[in-house]
Design a protein around this ligand. Structure first.
Ligand SMILES: [Zn+2]
Length: 96
């Protein structure tokens, strides 16, 4: 079963579809294509990096949708910070 490919993710009330692709630039982990409402994940990256990349792109969508001007560093800090909270506080899944 595919873990990411074809899954829907709703961000700020907008549904995006996740696609695992082999990008032209193999160093590009992920990107959002807003016009098509899709998030592309590099299928060649290690599985552990895919969740980080997906959350990173979700933060980008929130940033873009709300008109904030977060830097790449801000997006990284929040995505890694949230992953750390979720991994170390699994009970949170029960309240959201
Ligand atoms: Zn980014």
């Amino acid at each position: 079963m595919k873990k990411y490919d074809g899954k829907k993710i709703v961000v700020m009330s907008q549904a995006y579809t996740v696609h695992e692709v082999v990008p032209e630039d193999e160093h590009n982990w992920a990107r959002v294509i807003y016009i098509d409402k899709k998030v592309e994940l590099n299928k060649t990256m290690p599985e552990d990096n895919k969740s980080v990349a997906l959350l990173h792109e979700v933060i980008h969508i929130i940033n873009e949708t709300t008109g904030h001007k977060m830097t790449e560093g801000h997006v990284d800090a929040i995505s890694y910070g949230l992953i750390d909270v979720m991994k170390n506080s699994p009970w949170l899944k029960e309240i959201f």
